[in-house]
Design a protein around this ligand. Structure first.
Ligand SMILES: Nc1ncnc2c1ncn2[C@@H]1O[C@H](COP(=O)(O)OP(=O)(O)O)[C@@H](O)[C@H]1O
Ligand SMILES: C[C@@](O)(CCOP(=O)(O)OP(=O)(O)O)CC(=O)O
Length: 368
């Protein structure tokens, strides 16, 4: 902490490489990569016990006060629109402080997002990055020294209070950085564990199915990212899928089996530096998502995302939507030694209305 009592923490955004949708069920693997665009959270001491939130997405600072363990306005507990993630992150760290007998001081928390373009999200995981950065900043400001897994767990507990369907893969990438293999715990179960036995206990207890480990970056391949310019609602797409009869069907089982096999093969290809196999598996992941989309008509593939994939495959690369689809970003892996092919793909993307984003994998995640 600086002498003025200000703490600054940042967390990178992320992209899904493979495993989206399947990863929402505990234990199913996915691969993500952190990218070098960040959400930055600054916490500064303020007199009193209230917490003042300022976001670059909101018009003005919002001062909230404590109603027991929850933050809210004078009317009662509850986060104002657009502040759900920072409020939940603050409440979760505050519960840990209280359980440890430590005071929760008053402070101001300010968010600056590098994951938006004039207020429109790129789909690079701003909700995950802001949660990870807010947990780290609030914890450090309050004098807690926490290892990465504790910060990840706090961020997941904070997220599960808002939406237990979210896998937390974004939180893992934002916490650890680099290329990550991730398996989610049962979010409702860990949320209930924290509610019943406390946050401290939820940090200590085993979390069945949860796993996160770093993978090597792909050698000789360049990660290219295209933005469709259309923001998609992940929560809406995931709950849309849940409302259909697909879950529990033979098609669901096939999707999960194929996707799991594909993610394991991608991880092995990264570990063995096998470029050709990695490209084959990314193309397979695209096909499996397309099959899901054809069967349930979810709208994962929009015309710009299909054009993004076709252009990359025509140049000998592999590509797919990243995450829930329906807009946001797609990724491509292209031969790093063929800059002219990369330029050509980017030109074809521009013609299809896809903006190439100048982002690169970020080796580092969020720091304590
Ligand atoms: N700059 C920010 N300031 C405060 N909260 C933010 C900011 N960026 C994102 N969030 C949180 O994340 C939510 C948006 O999540 P989502 O639509 O899933 O975007 P993304 O796809 O980028 O994760 C917002 O409603 C808010 O709670
Ligand atoms: C469908 C999913 O598996 C992947 C969603 O990935 P996105 O990258 O679309 O997510 P946001 O960061 O919230 O925009 C749902 C999940 O894992 O929670």
């Amino acid at each position: 902490m600086t002498p003025g009592g200000t703490v600054v923490r940042r967390a990178p955004g992320k992209l899904f490489v493979a495993g989206e949708y399947a990863v929402v069920d505990p234990g199913n693997p996915a691969i993500l990569v952190a990218v070098d665009r960040y959400v930055t959270v600054t916490v500064t001491g303020l007199p009193g016990t209230g917490i003042e939130f300022t976001s670059d997405l909101g018009p003005r600072a919002v001062r909230l006060r404590w109603h027991g363990a929850r933050l809210g306005t004078h009317d009662g507990p509850g986060a104002p629109a657009g502040l759900a993630h920072v409020v939940s992150a603050t409440e979760t760290v505050a519960r840990l402080l209280t359980e440890r007998g430590l005071p929760v001081p008053g402070f101001g928390l300010r968010v600056e997002s590098g994951l938006h373009d004039n207020g429109t999200k790129y789909g690079l995981g701003s909700s995950g990055a802001v949660t990870v950065a807010a947990v780290a900043a609030v914890a450090a400001f309050c004098g807690l020294q926490l290892p990465p897994e504790d910060r990840f767990r706090l961020a997941l507990l904070a997220t599960a209070e808002i939406d237990p369907r979210a896998s937390g893969g974004d939180l893992a990438a934002s916490t650890w950085g680099g290329w990550i293999a991730y398996q989610a715990p049962d979010r409702a179960a860990v949320r209930d564990l924290a509610r019943r036995h406390g946050v401290q206990e939820a940090l200590r207890a085993p979390w069945p199915h949860f796993a996160a480990r770093r993978l090597p970056a792909p050698a000789g391949l360049s990660l290219q990212v295209g933005w469709t310019g259309t923001p998609a609602s992940t929560a809406a797409l995931v709950s849309d899928l849940d409302r259909r009869t697909w879950r529990g069907s033979a098609s669901h089982r096939t999707f999960v089996e194929t996707t799991t096999d594909c993610v394991h093969a991608c991880a092995a290809a990264l570990e063995q530096g096998d470029r050709r196999s990695l490209l084959e598996q990314i193309r397979r992941a695209r096909r499996e998502l397309a099959r899901l989309d054809d069967e349930v008509g979810l709208g994962i593939f929009t015309p710009p995302l299909t054009a993004l994939c076709d252009a990359a495959e025509a140049a000998g690369g592999a590509a797919k939507p990243s995450g829930a689809g329906g807009g946001d970003c797609g990724i491509a892996l292209l031969d790093a030694e063929a800059p002219r092919d990369i330029d050509q793909v980017r030109e074809r993307w521009a013609t299809a209305g896809v903006l190439p984003l100048p982002v690169r994998p970020a080796a580092e995640g969020n720091e304590e």
